[in-house]
Structure formats: C-alpha cells, structure tokens
Design a protein around this ligand. Structure first.
Ligand code: DC
Length: 230
C-alpha cells in the first residue's frame, strides 16, 4: 500500500503532537516533531548565551548553527527523543524559557532554511507524519493529506498547564495563556513561512474532540485518501 506523507499544522498546544504520534503509531509510520527542532535550536542559543533580553544574536547563531546536530532517537517505550549533539534534550526543550525564546529563533530565515532541509530529508521516503506550522505550506506542499488544527486559546492553555503540573513543573496559568497568545500572534505574522492553512488542508477544531474522537476522525481522513472512501 502507498505510504503517505501526512502534514499536521496548526496553532501551538493544539494537541498536534499527540494526534500525530498516535496516527504514526497506528499506521506504522515515522513521526517527526518539527517544533522540537526549533526548540532544540532555541535551547542551544540560550545555553550559548546567544539570547539576551529576548533578542537573538543572529550573527553568533548563524556561525554556530553548522556545529549543531539534531536527531531523533527511539526511547524504550518507542517514544521519540529529541537529541542535541547527542544529548537527550526532550525535557529541556519543553520548559517555559525555551517556549519564550522559540518564536524569535524560528522567525530567522537561516534557521528555517536549515531545519526545512532536515525535515525534507527525514520525510523523503514517505510513510511519515510531521507536525508543525508550515509542513503543508512549505516543507511538503505536495503532502498526500494535510490537516490544519485549531482550538480555543484557553482550552490550549489549560491542557499545557495540566501537562506541566503532571511533570512536576508548576507554572502560572496566566503566564501560559499569555505565551500561547503571543506565539499565535508571532507565528501568524512573521515574514517567513507564517502559520496559515494551506488551501488543500482540512480543518479540525480539536477543542470539540476527545482523544478517541480525534483518532477516529484522523483515521477516517487517511482511509479516504488511501481508498478514496468518505
Ligand atoms: O509545536 P511547538 O509548540 O513545539 O513549536 C515550537 C515553536 O516552533 C512554535 O512557537 C513555532 C515554531 N515552529 C515553526 O515555526 N515551524 C514549525 N514547522 C514548527 C514549529
């Protein structure tokens, strides 16, 4: 059977990675979290002192970028682990510090160029579910299936809050909501590859679904593409 390229784009904390992971596991496809790549570059920039008062030292980051290696490894439970120069940074890239730094870093054209190249390389064989902001518009404009996910900002903030609490990383709900709103704004209005729904993407309002409904809806979309059914 044909191995599809599936692009899942949308706003931050919309549950894209949960659904993309689950779909990839059900289909036996590779899951790629493109946001984790932007987060890894941001973590690197923070650690190297290349972000001060929210401003990125662009020249410094550009020089350092070729020394940065981002890979995904499989954990014991089959989960995807983001590695930065060989180090497991899966936890470190999910902190609020990184969430606050990632929008200016991901707006830089040379960062996007380098990561889009890696993403295309990772997905060139097909049989891939990739989530992000520009997968259906820029990375894989000819993807077999494109989904664009939206959900109310307060629902998203609550989910992220619950996630951080469960990990023992308490954070303020208001700070999370503020971060989500400002990332929405920056993601949609940046000059390079702004977040927007591709013309041929199917809209999913994830605030209306629970996990089972979400999985069933997605699988239905995949079957429609694979078998031409409705
Ligand atoms: O999906 P996420 O929240 O982990 O993504 C982190 C940030 O990376 C997000 O604020 C926007 C950026 N991003 C991007 O610009 N393009 C992508 N394809 C994926 C993420």
């Amino acid at each position: 059977m044909k191995k599809l390229t599936i692009a899942i784009d949308g706003f931050s904390s919309c549950g894209k990675s949960t659904m993309a992971k689950s779909l990839a596991a059900q289909l036996g496809y590779t899951y790629i979290d493109s946001g984790a790549m932007y987060r890894a570059v941001s973590l690197f920039a923070i650690r190297e002192g290349l972000i001060n008062d929210g401003k990125v030292d662009e020249a410094g980051l550009k020089t350092a970028l070729p020394n940065l290696r981002i890979e995904f490894k499989q954990g014991e439970k089959g989960q995807s682990i983001t590695c930065l120069n060989g180090e497991n940074v899966e936890e470190a890239i999910r902190t609020m510090d990184v969430s606050n730094a990632v929008s200016p870093v991901s707006a830089l054209p040379f960062v996007r160029e380098a990561l889009v190249k890696l993403q295309r390389e990772a997905g060139k064989q097909g049989g891939v579910v990739m989530d992000g902001r520009d997968i259906g518009t820029v990375v894989f404009p000819h993807a077999d299936l494109k989904i664009f996910v939206v959900a109310d900002a307060t629902i998203r903030a609550q989910r992220r809050y619950d996630e951080l609490m469960a990990k023992g990383q308490p954070a303020s709900f208001e700070a999370i909501l503020e971060n989500i709103r400002s990332r929405d704004e920056l993601d949609q209005n940046r000059a390079v590859s702004p977040l927007r729904q591709a013309e041929d993407a199917i809209l999913m309002d994830n605030g209306l679904f629970n996990i089972e409904q979400q999985d069933a809806w997605l699988l239905n979309q995949v079957n429609r593409v694979l078998h031409g059914t409705h």
